[in-house]
Design a protein around this ligand. Structure first.
Ligand code: BES
Ligand code: ZN
Ligand code: ZN
Length: 488
């Protein structure tokens, strides 16, 4: 999909789209048409009432073939997501009509800051047109090109460029996360990381199983030992910030398939556990975009990747393992594998890079879906400032997070009788927090934030439908962290 901007509404577009506020009698920014067309538009305005998400297509005479009216609801209800999601709907309509191109008139500043509206239009249209169809034999659909009608300025063209890269980062994350487990193993992820690093001059290093064993990554080795697809620790370095500045370390869980191991999961929906690599995919999407944007920051992406299988070689309930941190962990459930591989990656990241902050993403606990549902991620942090920065980014990007507490009482819940800690809490109580308590043991002194994306990483039954989140992985976290990094 190509995107360009143009100041004038004079266009030969096959579909000219304008936004309509609820209760308003006009289409924002729409040029004048002949009397007959005006009557048709006015009638449609009455019918659709500008209600949020309503679309009406009206055939017209002249250069433009059709006008589309897109309802954005009441002015006071407009959020940072309104233009993004309605633009996504418009793009889907253009594709359904099999159009080669369409134009969207950016709303005026009085409705939505123009520059951010342009970013939202780019993100919404691009992300909604992504479809996971690479394993379908039929021809793939053509993507219509977009013209945004907006007064041209440097700010606007930068917004377009930046948000195209941001949206591509999210799309990249989705497209890898959607891959089935037989087509995406830890080594596939390693190869993909190498590919993006070469294209954009990042350093990429992949630590293999034998090295992981030698260096004491006991968590990654234990979880990975049941699969013939060997574990990998993938590290990407983007160092375009000031030379002496400590980097931000980003860590993402990439379990390419989580059967639960010996503590086998029930069969129902087990196929969805291909999405247990979403945290890692989010990091890949962020690193790709960071490098394409050439952001003047130092960022390290670390992705521990394993397949959690069961077999004669698998780790077992009862095992005691030594983590990279030096601490020991009693395994009581092999399905609580994410915290083991993340713990290794977190302490490696802190030790090797002495970062100023560590943020991790993981589809870590089913409990997170119970507590917050499928539209909000959990954030747990030991640093108020870092948590606030991420929550501010969350408000701007509308990738929602909600903070959960972590205090000594929760840390006590993972104490083991036979090792330094156990990999489960007490029964099902506060499952999301006790998982975070386990991770906290890996981080000594760096401000740290953990984001549990179990509910939001892919579309589930209870997921609120959004045009730009088609069925499958959502790429949650890519826009969030890119906003955080851009505002450091
Ligand atoms: N990957 C799962 C968590 C998960 C489950 C995410 C369903 C999204 C949807 C994780 O490895 C896991 O199985 N966690 C266990 C932990 C428990 C055994 C302490 C869980 O949440 O049940
Ligand atoms: Zn599991
Ligand atoms: Zn898992």
């Amino acid at each position: 999909m190509k995107i360009k901007t143009q100041s004038s509404t004079k266009t030969r577009s096959s579909l000219l789209c304008g936004f309509v506020l609820q209760g308003s009698k006009t289409v924002l920014g729409l040029p004048n048409f002949d009397a007959r067309t005006r009557r048709a538009i006015n009638q449609s305005l009455k019918d659709m009432e500008g209600k949020l998400g309503r679309l009406v297509v009206i055939p017209v005479h002249g250069n433009i073939h059709r006008v589309l009216l897109a309802g954005i609801g009441k002015r006071e209800d407009i959020t940072g997501d309104t233009i993004r999601s309605v633009s996504g709907k418009i793009a889907l309509k253009a594709r359904e009509l099999k159009l080669k191109d369409f134009s969207i008139i950016a709303p005026p500043n009085s409705v939505n800051d123009k520059v951010s509206a342009v970013s939202q239009i780019v993100e919404g249209t691009k992300m909604s047109l992504y479809k996971f169809d690479q394993f379908k034999s039929e021809d793939t659909e053509v993507q219509p090109n977009l013209t945004i009608i907006v007064p041209r300025s440097n700010k606007v063209s930068n917004a377009v460029k930046t948000s195209e890269i941001v949206a591509d980062g999210a799309i990249f994350a989705k497209s890898i996360a959607n891959l089935p487990p037989n087509k995406c193993t830890p080594s596939t992820l390693a190869t993909l990381a190498k590919t993006i690093s070469k294209k954009n001059k990042m350093r990429c290093c992949v630590i293999s199983r034998s090295e992981l064993k030698k260096k004491g990554f006991g968590g990654i080795i234990a979880v990975g030992q049941g699969s013939k697809n060997e574990p990998k620790l993938i590290v990407l370095e983007h160092m375009l910030g000031p030379r002496n500045e400590r980097p931000v370390v980003l860590v993402g869980k990439a379990v390419t398939f989580d059967t639960g191991g010996i503590s086998l999961k029930p069969g129902d929906k087990m196929d969805e556990m291909k999405f247990d690599k979403c945290g890692g995919c989010t990091i890949l999407g962020i690193m790709k975009a960071v490098s394409e944007l050439r952001l003047a920051v130092n960022v390290i992406g670390i992705i521990p990747s394993v397949e959690n299988m069961l077999g004669g070689e698998s780790y077992r309930p009862g095992d005691i393992i030594e983590l990279y941190s030096g601490k020991t962990a009693e395994i009581l459930n092999t399905d609580a594998e994410g915290r083991l591989i993340l713990s290794d990656a977190l302490s490696y990241g802190e030790k090797k890079y002495a970062p100023k902050a560590i943020i991790d993403f993981a589809t870590l606990t089913g409990a997170c879906i119970i507590s917050l549902g499928t539209n909000v991620a959990a954030i747990i942090s030991d640093d108020e400032r870092l948590a606030k920065q991420i929550k501010d980014s969350s408000k701007r990007t509308t990738e929602e997070v909600w903070e959960l507490p972590l205090n000594q009482d929760y840390m006590d819940m993972i104490k083991s009788n036979v090792a330094d800690m156990k990999n489960v809490g007490i029964g099902r109580a506060a499952g999301t927090i006790t998982a975070a308590a386990f991770l906290k043991n890996a981080v000594k002194k760096t401000p740290w934030a953990h984001i549990d994306i179990a509910g939001v990483a892919w579309t589930q039954v209870a997921t609120k439908k959004k045009s730009y989140n088609p069925k499958g992985a959502t790429g949650f976290g890519v826009r969030l962290i890119l906003d955080y990094l851009q505002n450091l």
